[in-house]
Design a protein around this ligand. Structure first.
Ligand SMILES: NC(=O)C1=CN([C@@H]2O[C@H](COP(=O)(O)OP(=O)(O)OC[C@H]3O[C@@H](n4cnc5c(N)ncnc54)[C@H](O)[C@@H]3O)[C@@H](O)[C@H]2O)[C@@H](O)CC1
Ligand SMILES: [K+]
Length: 214
């Protein structure tokens, strides 16, 4: 059976790894993004001729910003779409935005035509989703789903409840998803697969029992 954890356990493990074990949050974010980047470049279902990276305010958006930087530094054309004001970003994500701005990675407005992209990276919400998706975020997710681009989701397709595998208001329908550390229990439910697409599990140094379970 595929090992899977609840969203709450995933958040507890992140916290324990950072606060108790002492691995810095930025190190985990860098490792997560390296894994996601490699999943993307090795995935024949994605074309990386032009990628749009959707960035939410939390650390899921921080992962997305590091992925944008890795694509950029490896010469893949990439644009960033910030959904909020930079001062609303989590501190980890703000650090990553500053690095992206050092590299002068192109930023585009929310009204951008998504059909101009071959791939969209979904970094809107991950394990921090707390309520139904409405308003501008719902519009953005529905627009991404309706576009001709393939979507690669970070950790959990945005809007999907990681515990039930059901959408909360709406949810990203991804071609593929890189989930961090362990699959979330909702992703084992076949009804979630129209949202997750192909699932990659990325080892970033977060373990339930201080070592990798095989
Ligand atoms: N350093 C860390 O803590 C790590 C975090 N990781 C990433 O960080 C994610 C979790 O980050 P966060 O805890 O910051 O949470 P998220 O990035 O999932 O989202 C939290 C943000 O979304 C907002 N929000 C929640 N539901 C909403 C809704 N329906 N409509 C509008 N806004 C809504 C919250 O107010 C908050 O600003 C993981 O899924 C993973 O991608 C990974 O990089 C592993 C390490
Ligand atoms: K996501």
């Amino acid at each position: 059976m595929r090992p899977a954890i609840s969203v709450a356990e995933s958040r507890d493990l992140d916290k324990k790894t950072i606060e108790e074990i002492g691995i810095p949050s930025a190190v985990l974010m860098e490792r997560a993004a390296l894994g996601i980047y490699h999943d993307m470049i090795n995935n024949p279902d994605l074309s990386l001729t032009k990628t749009l990276v959707l960035v939410g305010n939390g650390n899921n958006g921080g992962d997305a910003l590091v992925v944008a930087r890795l694509l950029f530094t490896h010469n893949y054309p990439v644009d960033i779409l910030l959904t909020g004001e930079p001062d609303k970003l989590s501190s980890e994500s703000k650090r990553q935005l500053d690095i992206c701005r050092y590299y002068q990675i192109n930023e585009v407005p929310t009204a951008t035509d998504m059909n101009g992209y071959s791939t969209i990276v979904d970094g809107l919400f991950g394990s921090g989703l707390t309520r139904d998706v409405e308003g501008a975020y719902k519009e953005l997710i529905d627009k991404a789903n309706a576009s001709s681009a393939s979507i690669h989701a970070i950790d959990i397709p945005s809007g999907l409840n990681g515990d039930t595998g059901k959408p909360m208001g709406t949810a990203i329908k991804a071609t593929s998803t890189s989930t961090i550390a362990y699959e979330k229990i909702g992703m084992v439910e076949p009804e979630s697969w129209e949202f997750t697409g192909k699932i990659f599990v990325d080892d970033i140094g977060i373990y339930r029992n201080n070592h990798i379970e095989n």
